[in-house]
Design a protein around this ligand. Structure first.
Ligand code: AMP
Length: 215
């Protein structure tokens, strides 16, 4: 299964991508996480990406496309993968079409007001990348429940960058919904529900598909 998750920042897309990947034992490819890791390690890629990310801008298409191209060709992606954060615009989607075909696209729908509220409360673990929303308090303030790493607020989760990112989402990423609808592989999901409910809805679609393949 080659799966793509699309949704505005704050829709829980990253959390769902990780859950789907774990359940189906396929890699989760999050371009945002790859860039953040590279930036923490001060690699060439990381330094290049960082300048764009901090302002809430998109990293240039050539950089992200060649990164994904290399990643999906690796051995562990043979049985599928979950893409989170790529493609982000039509030109990246066309580039992806030349590399591979997607089987399912899940679109997480959420209003801007809710997205802004959620994002401004979001914290991420520096070490294991777990994400905590405002309502999910950790046992110890500012410390990850899973690995005891330090939680931080991403630079691009600060108010000015959030607004910029949401406007880019509507302008550049949302047109992907129609692009993939034409291919008949889109499922729209209400993201204003608890994490488990969204995960169950996505699983239902995926298992239904798997059953059909076995018949
Ligand atoms: P995310 O965690 O998916 O919100 O990504 C964080 C940041 O990484 C974005 O705001 C962009 O600066 C950059 N980024 C991630 N994926 C892409 C992409 N497909 N195209 C361009 N920039 C990206």
């Amino acid at each position: 299964m080659r799966i793509l998750l699309i949704g505005p920042q704050g829709s829980g897309k990253g959390t769902q991508a990780k859950l789907v990947a774990e359940r189906h034992k396929i890699p989760n490819i999050s371009t945002g996480d790859i860039f953040r890791d590279a930036s923490a390690l001060r690699t060439d890629l990381g330094m290049k990406a960082e300048a764009y990310m901090k302002k809430g801008h998109l990293v240039p298409d050539e950089i992200v496309t060649s990164l994904v191209k290399e990643r999906v060709r690796q051995k562990d992606c043979r049985d599928g993968f979950v893409l989170d954060g790529f493609p982000r615009n039509i030109s990246q989607a066309k580039a992806l079409d030349k590399i591979t075909n997607l089987d399912k696209v899940f679109v997480l729908k959420l209003s801007d007001d809710l997205a802004i509220k959620r994002l401004s409360q979001r914290r991420q673990c520096k070490k294991c990348k777990s994400v905590y929303g405002g309502i999910i308090a950790t046992r110890k303030k500012g410390i990850c429940d899973k690995c005891h790493g330090k939680l931080y607020q991403r630079e691009d989760d600060k108010p000015a960058a959030i607004r910029k990112r949401l406007s880019i989402y509507h302008k550049e990423t949302e047109p992907l919904v129609d692009y993939y609808k034409k291919k008949g592989i889109v499922h729209l999901i209400n993201a204003n529900q608890p994490v488990e409910k969204i995960a169950a809805e996505i699983s239902r679609h995926l298992y239904h598909e798997a059953d059909m393949l076995e018949l």
